[in-house]
Design a protein. Structure first.
Lengths: 243, 368
């Protein structure tokens, strides 16, 4: 997949908090339409890097482009072209399913008609039409998580950033969730996902593994397993972390 | 703009779906004003007075009648021993005893000098002081009216009038203070809590990652509270007017304008607190301790500023509600125009600007 357009281009990204270096000269790119796994232990610097890409914080130095825009000067343009789903479950519990969808769709500037028809489609696909007027706080976690993802890509962003989206979710829902991620790429949405479930890394087109603020490995899961002579991604990760 | 309105609508939905918030928003002001208006009062009414009349002549009897026809006092009966004073106080049947000396009328006519002793139950010092003042007033009035045609070179003519609050009504004092307190509570406390809530639940991240600008998010969060605070301010004024007969002598428009200024100030304080507090609990705690207590204690709402120790007086000067209360009292009770309150207005304006700048600064630090 070498010749494809780079939707995210990062060169020598450095982020320091005082004397602590959270991201140490990260250089990588993400191709349009792929699922890019951003792996690492807790505290390795994944979330910091992701927040910079989303325009939630400024890098200390480095050249970074997201969806063709510069993160220093064109944050507003970037924000219109991305979707974001944070670690914490983040729909409003006291609003209904339908109200949450419309709220975010409205924030991303979708028109009324557009929202109505897409909402219909979405609820039907998720099989949630019958509970559209129920408060989010009253539906099961698995559904909420799927809904949160659907909301994050409702405005059809160029890239969607998922920050540990499957935390606290049962294995079956996790499986379904990854199917949804695959479906999103079919629609041309690039997926940038952080996780520390190594089995999930297998679902990614390419993964990068961060250790102590640096990217120590970056390739397809198959190539990484071969390179580190491992049966699965978990072994790859352990070998990297120990070295 | 449509984006922004969608966001404001959502904020209203939060408010109207949360019973606790609703109760604080609409229940609290009404309960407070009724409580303060009816229960806590600085006026005296139906104070029981015991009479120990040792002369029982025309003058003393007239004076006694005068006391009971004043409307402030009711009789606790006559006594004729000194020991009975203590009994009356201990049993709670009287709060004050008036003693006329023997030969009261004779002394008054012959020597132009007669003594009345007033004994009060000072276990409630404030009430005793107030009762004493009232009684003196009533008696002075009476004897002066008796002596009107007599030329007395040495007589001192004391006339006291309670300007702007002729009837010494407690509500006159409480309405401006209550307005300050409730606006502070709703504007500062509620906004700080609602913004802290977005942080706590992680929705703030999502909003910040969206095309909404930070200032749109903050404005969107505070707009409903501006509307509600203003509604509340007007509710207090209306309740004051219709239930307690507290008038607005000055310009209502000026008063509304000053209310808006104070609401803006309180909101910016709320935003500032929310940039520091990480959770709803913490925001609530900071607002209550940092804003509500000083509003109640140091703003002159309940305790007169002039009676405070110097250090507390300085503290009081940096409390926004203090200046707001002065403004409201001036407009409502004295009917002062802007020319008399521009200084206080300027202070509030300066404070507002300071808090807004501080909040913006803190918000930017958070982003980086």
């Amino acid at each position: 997949m070498g010749g494809r357009e780079h939707i995210i281009e990062v060169k020598d990204l450095v982020k320091k908090f005082g004397s602590f270096t959270a991201n140490d000269r990260l250089t990588f790119h993400v191709e349009r339409g792929e699922i890019f796994g951003f792996l690492g232990a807790n505290g390795a610097g994944k979330t910091t890097a992701m927040r910079i890409l989303c325009g939630l914080s400024y890098p200390t130095s480095g050249e970074i482009q997201v969806a063709g825009h510069d993160v220093y000067r064109e944050r507003e343009k970037i924000k219109k072209k991305i979707g974001y789903m944070s670690q914490k479950f983040s729909l409003y519990e006291d609003l209904t399913v339908s109200e949450n969808i419309r709220l975010y769709a409205g924030i991303y500037g979708l028109g009324r008609k557009q929202i109505a028809s897409r909402e219909e489609q979405l609820l039907e696909r998720l099989g949630l039409t019958h509970i559209r007027n129920r408060l989010i706080g009253k539906i099961p976690l698995g559904w909420k998580q799927k809904l949160a993802f659907s909301v994050a890509i409702f405005h059809q962003p160029a890239v969607v950033f998922l920050d540990e989206p499957t935390g606290g979710v049962d294995p079956i829902t996790r499986r379904q969730f990854w199917e949804m991620i695959h479906d999103a790429t079919e629609e041309g949405i690039t997926v940038f996902v952080t996780t520390h479930y190594m089995d999930e890394a297998e679902y990614c087109d390419r993964v990068s593994i961060m250790v102590d603020g640096r990217i120590d490995a970056l390739d397809t899961p198959a190539a990484l397993k071969q390179q580190f002579d491992s049966k699965n991604m978990n072994e790859v990760f352990l070998k990297l972390a120990r070295s | 703009m449509k984006r922004f309105f969608g966001f404001v609508k959502k904020e209203f939905q939060h408010i109207f779906r949360d019973k606790r918030t609703l109760l604080i928003l609409f229940g609290l002001p009404i309960v407070m004003i009724i409580l303060f208006g009816f229960v806590v009062s600085t006026e005296i009414r139906d104070v029981e007075v015991g009479i120990w009349d040792r002369s029982m002549d025309q003058a003393s009897i007239r004076a006694t009648q005068k006391i009971f026809s004043s409307g402030y006092f009711i009789t606790a009966g006559y006594i004729d021993h000194e020991e009975e004073i203590g009994e009356l106080f201990r049993s709670g049947r009287a709060k004050v005893v008036v003693v006329f000396e023997e030969g009261f009328e004779r002394n008054l006519l012959r020597e132009n000098h007669a003594a009345i002793k007033i004994v009060t139950d000072a276990s409630d010092a404030n009430a005793a002081q107030l009762t004493l003042t009232y009684l003196q007033g009533v008696l002075m009035n009476y004897f002066q009216s008796q002596n009107r045609d007599v030329e007395m070179p040495w007589s001192i003519d004391i006339k006291s009038r309670m300007f702007y609050n002729e009837e010494m009504k407690g509500v006159y004092m409480f309405i401006p203070g209550l307005m300050a307190m409730i606006l502070m509570l709703i504007s500062a406390l509620m906004t700080s809590v609602t913004i802290a809530r977005e942080k706590e639940f992680g929705t703030m991240e999502l909003l910040l990652a969206s095309p909404l600008k930070p200032r749109e998010i903050i404005l969107g969060k505070v707009t409903p509270y501006v509307v509600l605070s203003f509604t509340n301010a007007m509710t207090i004024l209306l309740l004051g007017f219709f239930v307690f007969d507290v008038p607005v002598v000055g310009s209502i428009w000026l008063l509304m304008g000053e209310c808006m200024l104070f609401i803006t100030l309180a909101l910016s304080l709320g935003v500032l607190i929310s940039t520091i507090a990480k959770t709803q609990q913490m925001a609530m705690f900071m607002s209550l301790l940092g804003l509500m207590l000083p509003t109640i204690l140091l703003s002159g709402f309940i305790f007169p500023i002039d009676n405070m120790p110097k250090v507390l007086q300085w503290f009081s000067a940096i409390m926004p509600p203090r200046w707001f209360i002065v403004i409201v009292k001036n407009i409502m009770l004295k009917g002062s125009g802007f020319a008399f309150i521009w200084k206080e207005t300027l202070i509030l304006f300066g404070m507002t600007l300071f808090f807004i700048l501080a909040a913006v600064k803190r918000f930017q630090i958070r982003l980086n």
